[in-house]
Design a protein around this ligand. Structure first.
Ligand SMILES: [Zn+2]
Ligand SMILES: [Zn+2]
Ligand SMILES: [Zn+2]
Length: 446
């Protein structure tokens, strides 16, 4: 696909927004990098690519040796942190990854009694179903088929559930198609197993962004072995993306205003997009401000990360560092580097394409970074580049330390509102220890 070029490079100054906390909106812009516009000059990306391939390689734990090394490093950093804080070293935690619980006795071994069997066609590629097309013959676009190995009467129940799910996808076409009438735009509804798109962009373009989200989920599932994520469903995960600015405005005026009478439409008009991580989760984006497929991919993956986080342990507010750090980390995992920046202020000169590692190492050495409890209390108003880099790095470290513990951390945090307590429960870190371990993590070149 031919992508339009953006003139100007590395321009990081952006216009837009103030927060609208009441309706839970979050607004974003994207950073501009050469890579966001055209196939980048290889040299420009090399340092970042080299750095990130190490980070992602370890994060994905695809090579057992690397994961083992990392475990040993964390054990050392944690012991050093205890010494630095004058504490008795805490006993090393049992670090063997816990195998998944065995299926209950009598359960179907093939599907672990879920009744669902992953569609063999759609483990690598997402099923994408556009209005007016026949649903994919393999799985009807659901990404799963009724388990063929369950006992007979259960098979029937699974098959009924499958039919019901396909029907509800068809109903979703009707439901979302109403935006066409409301806006008068030539919108098309397309559905992937986990996401629905309403857009006047080509279905191929939406499919590509959906594919990135699908791959991100497969990484979570296959690489991290986290089965505790409550994955999203297309029915409640909606992306509206409008090709032209006028289309975006038409949606705001004719549909969005009606749905959310209290929304600050003037603010929405200025943004590149915004979202609600509620049920249904909605993201509304202005492609004319993204301008490239690549930027749209980043936008969709970033927002999708917010939706995923919202689904761990229920829809409750989390500290900004956790939200934005997780989204930046997901973008990195799937697209090598983050390019989307949720923010809530005007004219801050933020270049998230700067060298994170160097920035944080300098910051630690010169004692210029903010305290972690301060970071934890920040609102988007005060959120700046330093906070962004700290958030991204902290979440990356916690994820690499132990993804299952990270999920526990998020669940507990949603129950208590006390971040330090949640950190202690999940990782055994209080703020000082988290800082000491993280400092070592960063200074070791991460
Ligand atoms: Zn399929
Ligand atoms: Zn089964
Ligand atoms: Zn964000």
């Amino acid at each position: 696909m031919a992508l339009p070029l953006i003139s100007g490079r590395n321009r990081s100054r952006r216009r837009y927004c103030t927060p609208d906390a009441d309706v839970g909106h979050r607004f974003y812009a994207k950073r501009r990098l050469p890579s966001a516009t055209a196939p980048p000059p290889v040299t420009a990306l090399l340092p970042v690519a080299a750095l990130l391939s190490v980070a992602i390689g370890a994060a994905c734990a695809s090579r057992p040796a690397a994961a083992g090394d990392l475990r040993a490093e964390f054990a050392r950093w944690e012991a050093e942190a205890d010494v630095a804080l004058g504490r008795k070293p805490s006993p090393p935690a049992a670090e063997k990854p816990k195998p998944p619980d065995p299926p209950p006795p009598g359960a179907c071994q093939t599907c672990r009694d879920t009744g669902k069997y992953p569609c063999p066609n759609h483990q690598k590629q997402t099923a994408f179903w556009t209005e007016g097309q026949q649903p994919p013959a393999c799985c009807g676009g659901l990404g799963w088929i009724a388990c063929p190995r369950c006992p007979r009467e259960k098979q029937q129940a699974n098959a009924d559930e499958w039919k019901g799910a396909v029907e509800s996808r068809k109903a979703l076409f009707q439901e979302l198609g109403k935006f066409r009438e409301l806006t008068g735009l030539k919108l098309q509804v397309s559905i992937a197993p986990r996401i629905a798109f309403v857009s006047d962009l080509s279905p191929q373009s939406c499919a590509r962004s959906a594919q990135h989200c699908h791959e991100l989920l497969l990484k979570f599932r296959n690489v991290f072995g986290c089965e505790r994520f409550e994955f999203t469903e297309a029915e409640d995960t909606r992306f509206f993306i409008f090709q032209k600015h006028e289309g975006y405005l038409a949606f705001l005026d004719k549909a969005y205003k009606e749905m959310f009478p209290d929304a600050d439409i003037d603010l929405c008009r200025k943004a590149m997009g915004f979202h609600h991580s509620k049920e249904p989760s909605m993201s509304i984006g202005d492609y004319s401000k993204m301008r490239t497929q690549n930027a749209m991919d980043h936008h969709v993956v970033h927002v999708y990360a917010h939706f995923l986080l919202a689904r761990i342990g229920g829809f409750k507010k989390l500290p900004i560092w956790l939200e934005e750090g997780f989204a930046a980390w997901c973008e990195t995992l799937q697209l090598r580097q983050p390019e989307t920046y949720c923010f809530a202020y005007e004219l801050k000169d933020v270049d998230i394409g700067a060298n994170r590692r160097r920035f944080l190492q300098e910051g630690i050495k010169k004692n210029r970074l903010c305290q972690l409890p301060t970071l934890d209390r920040l609102t988007l108003d005060g959120y700046e580049l330093m906070h962004y880099f700290m958030s991204w790095s902290l979440v990356e470290m916690l994820m690499r330390r132990d993804p299952a513990k990270f999920l526990t951390f998020v669940e507990v945090r949603k129950d208590t509102d006390d971040t330090e307590e949640a950190l202690k429960k999940a990782f055994g870190y209080d703020w000082p220890k988290l800082y000491e371990v993280w400092k070592r993590y960063v200074l070791a070149g991460n």
